[in-house]
Ligand binder design. Structure first.
Ligand SMILES: NC(=O)c1ccc[n+]([C@@H]2O[C@H](COP(=O)([O-])OP(=O)(O)OC[C@H]3O[C@@H](n4cnc5c(N)ncnc54)[C@H](O)[C@@H]3O)[C@@H](O)[C@H]2O)c1
Ligand SMILES: O=C(O)C(=O)C[C@@H](O)[C@H](O)[C@H](O)COP(=O)(O)O
Ligand SMILES: [Zn+2]
Length: 370
């Protein structure tokens, strides 16, 4: 049965077209119940990486729909950003080896971005690479982390410092998962959705503004549209620049600041929350440079606030900001490179050597300055 014949009429399919290999993203309702129709025949050995929170809701339908002819290794990691670690990675490798998993096994990531990034790095490196399937269950993972092949674990020194580009075979987005998501995790995903509007698509940004009430109410049609647009934009960008030589860096809007916040306060800040505060600093920087009009900054702030996302950064010492931001993967020849919005719908990657101007924007956008 092909995707088009699958039982859910709302099913849509986006292709991530890469030079070496393309893959589909399926988006629809109750897709975890239709896996045998959507996916090619999977190998006998399947390792599902998940956590207890997600497993309680979605493991059973996934197992039932994949069928009984497989040998399953279910590996649950701890819940939280701290689990995106080399220790978790090592524990999964130990389990795969202890259970005699071979190179023809498949890894399924069932969970949010933490599970997806970690499972992706496992798949990229176990026996030099095995098939990876992404089943994202948070909004953030559905619109961003499951697509495009960035896999990673964190290091105490910073976010995503150890990882690989490794594309999945298929991404299956079952949108009903979002009904069980905590409000802060839902909003965190919306921060990455808003990012796409700012960097790439002014019409999409305006649509988000017009549909904010529906999105706040998790209206399924509005959500489905937002997920499809987000995945399409990400697929377009990744298809043009898989390894982040240029264009793809735009997906990092707000992240040089956001990753610094997360590295310092990951127990308290969700990824999307840190990205939201970081986006405001980037926008304020451009306003201070006279390159983004105040009305655009206000539109970004208003939309982020609508979803209860933080629009101000926590107070950190200037030296700590510098130390953390200069660990960013975009740093080149010792210089910061920041993604900076020039208008709603457009952003540029710029080398910035004038630290005082960056600090001025950070200071203006810190909590105490409200
Ligand atoms: N690879 C990429 O391109 C990329 C892109 C964006 C973010 N990321 C990474 O993703 C991570 C953040 O992902 P996240 O926001 O999904 O966080 P997460 O994976 O920690 O999930 C958030 C919370 O939601 C719970 N959860 C997951 N699905 C659920 C569901 N359907 N119902 C109820 N609870 C559910 C999780 O157990 C967790 O407690 C960060 O590490 C970030 O760096 C990666
Ligand atoms: O896919 C990308 O490219 C992104 O930058 C998406 C980001 O939302 C994501 O948080 C990513 O993991 C950040 O990448 P990093 O290279 O800064 O670690
Ligand atoms: Zn991100």
């Amino acid at each position: 049965m092909t995707a088009k014949q699958a039982t859910d009429h709302n099913l849509s399919r986006i292709r991530v077209g890469l030079a070496e290999r393309s893959y589909p993203i399926y988006i629809g309702r109750q897709l975890f119940e239709q896996l045998s129709q959507l996916l090619p025949k999977l190998p006998k050995q399947i390792c599902i990486i998940t956590n207890a929170t997600v497993a309680a809701h979605y493991l059973e339908p996934v197992l039932a729909s994949l069928g009984g002819e497989h040998t399953f290794l279910i590996h649950e990691i701890e819940d939280g950003e701290h689990a995106k670690s080399l220790a978790s990675y090592g524990a999964i490798m130990d389990a795969l080896i202890a259970h005699s998993f071979n190179r023809d096994c498949a890894i399924i990531a069932l969970g949010g971005g933490v599970v997806g990034d970690l499972a992706g790095f496992v798949a990229a490196t176990f026996q030099r690479g095995v098939d990876l399937y992404q089943f994202p269950t948070t909004l953030l993972a559905q619109v961003d982390s499951s697509v495009g092949g960035k896999t990673a674990v964190n290091h105490p020194g910073g976010k995503n410092l150890i990882g690989a580009f490794y594309q999945p075979q298929t991404v299956v987005i079952s949108t009903d998962c979002l009904s069980t998501l905590e409000p802060r995790d839902y909003a965190s995903g919306l921060a990455e959705v808003i990012k796409y509007g700012i960097i790439y698509d002014a019409d999409f940004f305006a649509w988000l503004e017009a549909n904010k009430a529906k999105l706040n109410a998790r209206d399924s049609k509005a959500l489905s549209y937002a997920i499809q647009c987000s995945c399409q934009i990400k697929a377009d960008i990744v298809a043009q620049d898989e390894r982040e030589q240029g264009l793809r860096a735009l997906l990092n809007l707000g992240h040089t600041f956001g990753h610094a916040i997360e590295a310092e306060l990951y127990e308290d800040w969700r990824h999307g929350e840190a990205v939201a505060a970081g986006t405001m600093i980037a926008a304020e920087y451009m306003r201070q440079q006279g390159e983004l009009d105040a009305a655009a900054v206000t539109r970004i702030e208003t939309l982020l606030k609508t979803f209860a996302l933080p629009i101000r950064a926590p107070k950190l010492a200037e030296t700590r900001w510098q130390e953390l931001m200069y660990r960013d993967k975009k740093v080149q020849a010792g210089a910061l490179r920041l993604v900076l919005p020039t208008a709603i719908g457009n952003a540029e990657l710029r080398t910035v050597t004038d630290w005082p101007s960056v600090w001025s924007a950070i200071e203006a956008m810190t909590e105490t300055s409200q």
